[in-house]
Write a protein that binds this ligand. Structure first.
Ligand code: SF4
Ligand code: SF4
Length: 263
């Protein structure tokens, strides 16, 4: 087996179903927290691994986003993966690249009208990471585009009318997700909150996500996010599922709103 195969096998074993070996290059970030070129940080980079961790979302109408659980789970798996790379003698560092742009620039995925990146087989139900390594040459990809065509399902599903004809027409301030880090929501956002820390209407509407299917949350997950439990300040179990970066006040804020909206 080649080193490429070893890396792919290890990554898949950890849940990263897709691994791409891409060229390190400058990508416009538009966000000061992101790195535009891994070579600026790690001059030894020969290749950037783009890794996709697919997940099945919880059924529409559930108040917990499967994305948060997958994101927390994959974060820990990524650390195991990087440790393994280091153990076999490869320098490897996670890089906060604008991964969506990196994937598009490497001809791997397509961005839809809902501004979400989608990959063949997994739609936009993926968590993405970039890892700079000092081994392997980049490979070329030419995945066929997955155009939106005549579909307008996400435009119709969006409560804020944030989505337009092209991804460039998306208006942040009309998207519920834009307000998730605020302590208080505007009234129209409050009225449309239907899950903790997010909104997935444009994901559920997208036909490219249908084949992924859905899951029922386990009883443990439901209990962890029970509105009264969260409102009492007992968030320890919920944090175990979604990671300690999630703010306690915001979970409590959403529990109070959801309790009202789901009556
Ligand atoms: S997340 Fe919700 S509010 Fe934001 S674009 Fe999608 S459907 Fe609209
Ligand atoms: S719902 Fe339709 S228009 Fe929106 S991103 Fe998916 S395919 Fe494109």
């Amino acid at each position: 087996m080649s080193l490429y195969d070893d890396i792919i096998t290890k990554a898949k074993g950890l849940g990263f179903e897709k691994v791409y070996f891409t060229q390190p290059k400058t990508i416009e970030t538009g966000n000061s927290r992101l790195v535009s070129n891994p070579l600026d940080l790690y001059g030894w980079t020969t290749c950037v691994l783009l890794l996709a961790y697919p997940y099945k979302p919880f059924c529409e109408g559930e108040v917990v986003s499967g994305y948060y659980l997958a994101s927390n789970e994959s974060y820990h798996k990524l650390r195991d993966f990087i440790t393994w790379l280091n153990d076999i003698g490869i320098q490897a560092k996670r890089v906060s690249l604008p991964v969506k742009k990196a994937v598009v620039s490497a001809n791997i995925g397509t961005v839809g009208r809902n501004t979400l990146l989608r990959l063949k087989e997994y739609g936009s139900r993926i968590v993405l990471y970039a890892v700079a390594i000092d081994t392997c040459a980049p490979l070329s990809y030419n995945e066929p585009a997955q155009p939106c065509g005549e579909c307008r399902a996400c435009i119709d599903a969006c409560p804020g009318k944030a989505i337009g004809e092209t991804p460039y027409d998306y208006i942040k301030s009309k998207c519920l997700r834009y307000y998730m880090e605020d302590d208080e929501y505007p009234t129209w956002v409050k009225e449309n909150v239907n899950m903790y820390l997010g909104c997935e209407r444009c994901m559920f509407a997208c036909p490219y996500n249908e084949a992924v299917g859905t899951l029922q949350p386990s009883d443990e997950v439901r209990q962890a996010f029970d509105f009264d439990r969260i409102l009492s300040g007992d968030i320890e179990k919920a944090i175990q599922y979604v990671g300690s970066n999630v703010d306690k006040k915001r979970l409590m804020r959403d529990a109070a709103i959801l309790k009202e909206n789901k009556k």
